[in-house]
Write a protein that binds this ligand. Structure first.
Ligand SMILES: Nc1ncnc2c1ncn2[C@@H]1O[C@H](COP(=O)(O)OP(=O)(O)O)[C@@H](O)[C@H]1O
Ligand SMILES: [Mg+2]
Length: 260
């Protein structure tokens, strides 16, 4: 089991209250997106779940156990994935396994499997600078998946990609998740991305960060992002989330990227 439970989590930096008594339950192998404007505390929430920040009050339970620090069965990935520029694709993908002391032969096998999974066979010996941005993201995704974490936390992982590559990566993630489901917390600015990928979308507001809605996404799995985008239910969900986010005091641009 891999459940996440945030119980009345409050987080302040000095006098700034960033998260205000936040409650959130995520079930085993559920894919939950966190949607909200810049500064509403999404990254802080992920870092707290990952054990990199300590809640000022309240607690996070992973599979019923209080989080006291980082743990090997949880991976947090960032927007730029932080590839090592001086290492090849296969060394980057295997990096987390090396850190965890996975035996060489097993590590080699897992690395190759994940490289195949993200469609990068043949690129094992290339360096990051020899790859396109989208390919680099796939290397990062393969690295996160190679560790095979029970908990996968992703902080705007596709935020830096152009629209087309971003949609390809969403399809990729959908199919990878269908093959090996995990408990996922996925932070995004994009309403569309949140709907396409998630079982639930949690919408947050800022100052202080709190949850304003928790929306179940009814599309069956396995999914195709293309089919979902043309479904009338998609438009309804989008409209609803849009309404929630536009209350923010910042201008909201069309295209599902409020706060940017
Ligand atoms: N280490 C820190 N020290 C002080 N303030 C911080 C720190 N981390 C985040 N904050 C503040 O907390 C608020 C929420 O930040 P963050 O969690 O990064 O929001 P989001 O990821 O939703 O954009 C912001 O006002 C930010 O400036
Ligand atoms: Mg953030």
């Amino acid at each position: 089991m891999a459940t996440i439970s945030a119980q009345s989590v409050q987080k302040s930096f000095d006098s700034l209250e960033v998260l205000s008594r936040l409650d959130l339950e995520i079930q085993d192998c559920e894919f939950v997106s966190i949607l909200g404007p810049s500064g509403c505390g999404k990254t802080t929430l992920l870092r707290t779940v990952a054990g990199l920040e300590k809640a000022t009050s309240g607690q996070i339970l992973l599979d019923g156990q209080p989080v006291t620090g980082p743990r090997p069965d949880l991976t947090l990935v960032f927007q730029n994935f932080r590839l090592l520029p001086w290492r090849t694709v296969e060394a980057n993908v295997g990096y987390g396994l090396r850190l965890r002391g996975v035996p060489k032969a097993e590590a080699r096998e897992r690395v190759q499997q994940k490289i195949d999974m993200v469609g990068l066979r043949g690129y094992e010996k290339k360096y990051p600078y020899q790859l396109s941005g989208g390919m680099q993201q796939r290397v990062g995704l393969a690295r996160a998946l190679a560790i095979d974490p029970k908990y996968l936390l992703m902080d705007e992982p596709f935020g830096a990609l152009d629209a087309q590559t971003r949609e390809l990566m969403q399809e990729e993630l959908l199919s990878i998740w269908a093959d090996s489901p995990k408990t996922v917390m996925f932070v995004t600015h994009s309403i569309d991305e949140a709907i396409v990928l998630s079982d639930r979308v949690v919408v947050m507001e800022a100052k202080p960060g709190r949850i304003v809605d928790d929306i179940r996404i009814p599309f069956e799995r396995p999914r195709s992002a293309v089919d979902i985008r043309t479904d009338p239910v998609f438009a309804e969900l989008r409209q609803h989330m849009w309404g929630l986010l536009r209350h923010e005091d910042r201008p909201v641009a069309a295209g599902g990227a409020p706060g940017e």
